[in-house]
Ligand binder design. Sequence first.
Ligand SMILES: [Zn+2]
Length: 454
Amino acid sequence: MMHRMFVLYLLTFSLPALARQEDSLQIRAIADEILEHGRAYENLRVLTKQVGARLSGSAGMYKAEAWGKKTLEQDGADKVWLQECKVPHWVRGGKDEAYIAATRKINLDILALGNSMGTGPKGIKAPVILINSFDELELRKDEVKGKIVFYNYKFNNKLVKTFAAYADAGKYRSQGPSRAAKYGAVAVLVRSMSNAADNNPHTGGMNYNDSFPKIPAAAVGLRDANILAQLITDKRDVSVYLKTLAKMLPDTIGHNVIGELKGSEFPDQIITIGGHLDSWDPAEGAHDDGAGCVQSIEVLRALKAIGYKPKRTIRIVLFANEENGLRGGTKYAEEAKAKGEQHYFALESDAGGFTPRGFGFTVSDEQLTKIRQWLPLFTPYGVFELSQGGGGADIGPLNRTLKTPLAGLQPDSQRYFDIHHARNDVFEAVNKRELELGAINMAALIYLVDKYGL
Ligand SMILES: [Zn+2]
């Protein structure tokens, strides 16, 4: 018969008690380092205020690459380099304009969708058809010709995790324009992918289906979307004037910015930690994804500062072009495969710099069981959930091509879509302590994966 205390011990602690104590002290040291001497917030200030917006192909992108290289060097990477990739070069081309052409002109706050084609300098004026879903579009396809399709699909407010609402609504932005063009629409307006209380429009990437005309498309702020929907519902014939000057220029050269700490025991096993360096043009890309970039750099800095010597190679990657092409993440995985690199694990932070709540994983069930044994080491720092399902757009290709296990930081998501891809995603919207807590939990996870393996 097993001793009762031993059974209790097995149930309570899956790591030997001494190891647990040592790990708890190491993670405490990481936390103290970041909370007292953290660089993430100051790095974010420089990235957002001195570099600013950094969409692929823009001057900001090149400034951001230089910032990334310098910051990784300053914060302790052994080696820093740029990995070249082709990136799309979409430009907004000027100020987007729209108004409801009624007796009293009503301005609409809009932003052209990324990758969309503009109306040209004269703009277009056309009657608007209100469409609440793709099912409704199919039912009313004969009424669409010559009109502006206004997709008013709402965020599902019943979903507590807001990323689920975003995933649900996102198809109207990405596929909506071509699905409307198929039936002869001349332009598309989309209700912003948000449940914010303000009227800021939220842009984001869209993709044309080459089989149909490439019609202009823009996102509308939520209050203006409600006004437009109400006017149409009141059975008035409503026309809208829309002017966007967007265009797609030829592909240009961009870079993933990479910094490394060489592993001491298994240098060929690479652990990637990253966020994306590009951001939409109307804002500073503070939460999306400046936060993920500076947190990733902070993981490297803090591990080095406490004197931790990683067994495996720790690689920080500031990915190019997540927002409108994913070319950086794709290139990184392609080159990893071509060079026969061993990608042991990858972690991304691309869900905002808010208070961390958990990590989502794309790992085997056995690996998740092992990871969950570490939960008591995270809870003092605010992570309470280690669940299956998660990763990040930029590290997704590593999993698809090399089966690399993935994780994504999951911060509190309630405020993320208030600022996501909108002009209020600025430095001031990020809280220093919340940002740092994210970095602490990321560093703790990397420390544990490096030390114990998966
Ligand atoms: Zn992002």
